[in-house]
Design a binder for this molecule. Structure first.
Ligand SMILES: *Cc1c(COP(=O)(O)O)cnc(C)c1O
Length: 445
């Protein structure tokens, strides 16, 4: 018995059958797990995932875009161990603590917005921003301003409120009867530009379409929500920052909030700390999650303007923002986030990534030039391309072929993308490039 307890790893097959029996995996048709078993992971180390037999896989998509500084990062680990010796959690209504205050101060300094409100994940940040926006207009005596506009192919999470502003049919159609009707405007996705039309000209043409919508619907619209620069779940659709600059002006002119969903792009992923910086704009709300804790713990935050905050401040309880969740501002999650911000500062990460990204783009030159590759694109620490002749099942075949070469990557339809942790080195990136080329060279994939 003692021996059995010490020998704490079980054969992988056992884990796979237990996961199929006990766990309902996210974004998964469970029957497909028979043909495509999940990767059993026992440990992590930097950008590497390690299975129970010691095989290593490069985490080329940062575990659904959350990991920044590698798995089992010593500095984040140390911060969490320290926090565990102090307080693991205390409710944030009627109490406060150093980690949540310090994190709120630092996020405010970084975003130029304030009064961080915390949620547990990205979708709940979207919900918070949508609710705050509608409640703001209500507090101003304009309850009819309660609608939303979002981009075609946009993604803002999958809870019922967030799904209403998401525009990915595979995730949305089934639940349509549950959802609030919202308006979608054309995406400035640069791939959709006319031949000869620049990304900027196309972005401005799309902004005209936004203006037309606002002109018609501003009186009943609370907010326009947008993923700045890159629509991730749409397949890393990238667009020109001119769109955001124009959207900022239009939202101000038409008195509609601009919500920047930086859940995926925030914390350096787009090449600057926040993607909005590249357009030189300040949104009315910013939603943060994913990389906020370096991929350690679920946490999200919404920050807003003093104007919005002030509209909730008063004697009437119902004028306040009465949203909450049990783990709001969890001290452990906040400490992980503080450790992440320390690393950004201490290692000058945004500048270091800029150098790294140039090198990585060079490493991927042969991939970009492969005859099957279309629209090779790059933004910050994201690289993506479309495979011209991808047929149904491409993404699964590509995923499995890459796994066989020690790379964990999951294409979105015919789009392959890499979003490596920032601690990834050039030699690891060369390995990734080699694996991508091997997959592309195989006409059966
Ligand atoms: C991932 C994501 C969300 C949802 O975050 P979850 O933590 O998965 O709920 C929302 N918006 C964007 C842009 C995202 O990439």
């Amino acid at each position: 018995m003692v021996g059995a307890q010490c020998d704490n790893f079980k054969p992988m097959d056992d884990l796979l059958s237990r996961t199929r029996a006990a766990v309902w995996h996210p974004c998964t048709q469970m029957k497909q797990l028979e043909a495509v078993p999940p990767l059993a992971i026992a440990r992590g180390e930097g950008p590497w995932l390690i299975d129970p037999d010691g095989r290593r896989y490069l985490d080329a998509i940062s575990s659904w875009w959350v990991n920044l500084f590698g798995h089992c990062n010593p500095r984040i680990n140390a911060a969490l161990v320290d926090q565990l010796g102090k307080i693991e959690h205390v409710m944030l209504a009627g109490a406060t603590h150093e980690p949540v205050v310090a994190l709120s101060e630092r996020l405010a300094a970084l975003t130029g917005l304030g009064h961080a409100f915390y949620g547990s994940d990205g979708a709940s940040a979207t919900e918070i921003a949508l609710k705050m926006s509608v409640h703001y207009w209500r507090n101003l005596g304009q309850p009819e301003k309660n609608g939303f506009i979002s981009l075609k192919n946009g993604y803002h999470g999958e809870t019922v409120g967030a799904l209403a502003v998401t525009d990915i049919p595979l995730f949305k159609s089934t639940y349509e009867p549950l959802l609030r009707h919202t308006l979608q405007v054309p995406t400035p996705d640069a791939r959709l530009a006319e031949p000869g039309e620049s990304a900027e000209a196309f972005a401005l043409r799309c902004a005209d379409a936004l203006e037309a919508r606002l002109a018609e619907h501003a009186a009943t619209t609370a907010a326009f929500i947008v993923e700045p620069l890159v629509q991730g779940a749409a397949g890393m659709a990238m667009y020109h920052p001119a769109y955001l600059r124009r959207a900022r002006e239009l939202c101000a002119d038409y008195r509609v909030h601009l919500i920047a969903d930086e859940i995926a792009m925030g914390f350096g992923r787009s090449g600057t700390m926040f993607a909005c910086e590249q357009a030189g704009i300040r949104p009315d709300f910013i939603c943060l999650s994913k990389g906020i804790t370096g991929g350690y713990l679920p946490l999200s935050a919404v920050l807003t303007t003093n104007d919005v905050y002030a509209a909730f401040y008063g004697d009437a309880t119902a004028r306040g923002f009465l949203h909450s969740h049990s783990y709001t501002g969890n001290p452990l999650a906040c400490r992980a986030a503080l450790a992440v911000l320390d690393i950004f500062e201490h290692d000058n990460v945004v500048a270091a990534n800029r150098v790294k990204a140039i090198e990585f783009t060079k490493i991927l030159e042969d991939v970009a030039g492969h005859p099957r590759v279309r629209h090779f694109r790059h933004q910050g620490m994201i690289w993506a391309f479309d495979v011209a002749d991808a047929t149904p099942g491409f993404s699964t075949r590509f995923h499995l072929a890459a796994l066989a070469q020690g790379v964990f990557i999951r294409p979105i339809g015919g789009t392959v993308y890499a979003m490596p942790p920032y601690v990834t080195h050039a030699d690891e990136m060369r390995g990734l490039a080699g694996a991508l080329l091997t997959c592309l060279d195989n006409p059966d994939i």
